[in-house]
Write a protein that binds this ligand. Sequence first.
Ligand code: CA
Length: 334
Amino acid sequence: MSKSRIRCEIDLDKPGLQKGYLRLFHSTHASAYGFIPIPIMTAANGNGPTVLVTAAVHGDEYEGQIAVMKLFRHLDAKAVSGRIIALSATNLPAALAGRRVSPLDDLNLNRCFPGSPDGRPTDQIAHYVESELLPRADFAIDLHSGGSSLDYVPSTLAHKPADKAELERMVALMRAFATPYAYFVSQPMGEDRTLMGGARRAKVPVLGTELGGGGSLSVERARIAAEGLVRALAHLGVLETKLPPPKVKTKILEVAADDYYVFAPARGMFEPLADLGDHVEAGQPAGAIHSQEAPWEEPRTVNFTRGGVVLCKRHPSRTERGDCLFHLGSPLNS
Ligand code: CA
């Protein structure tokens, strides 16, 4: 890959605790020689794995951003064995705007991998993560949630590995993170254009999360995110923690095919007929779409085409044909 044009203010390979910025130069009318300052933090000490932690790949997902901030504010490098490299606001312009996509180029960072050093700002961030950070990592944790348009039962997720031992190692890590649910995906959304896709190219195992959503936070979800991140890093051997073992026994599911998803069949107001965490059957009504233009017409109903647990639900009521309304998970068939 050609070299990134982004300059890192800190030496990623130096021991100790470091905080600084990635300088993504962006010459505008208001700032001819200015850069976009993407915060980067490292904590390195002794021997151990390097874990890359990313949050705000989507700027309207807050659980992970706050979890990374809480981790680093009072982190003592002596509690680290190996190295943690963290980006609390991977797509900073999107994070400052509280939007999924960057206001600078309207691009979704998680559809830009492997990126380009000569592309628009979001392409350049993807390229930096893939060419400079993932090659340094032994493991990656990419913290997401449902953002503005989706709401999730707090979950962790990973690509389903073919190798049984690899799958069991990932299940153990999911249990350490201790969200109520975890799931394996066979055909991830965004295919190989995501950070997870980049991690697969770099042969770096990666744990993803969907910690909540709705463009908001709750007491419970913020706690799950912060404690889960610390416990996962401890499980990977890179961080000491005094946290007690989790009380939650994570249910392990999979999202194995297209029929796990329900999409809106029409434009209108989406009335959900199932809630997060519900167990549903094939043929059960999922939602009714009410037309605001023809209020006297019966709503269009849409059914679940298979059974499972409701992991994800559309957050706003207004919907367009083609929007994702739900996705399910089913018990892992390993
Ligand atoms: Ca996301």
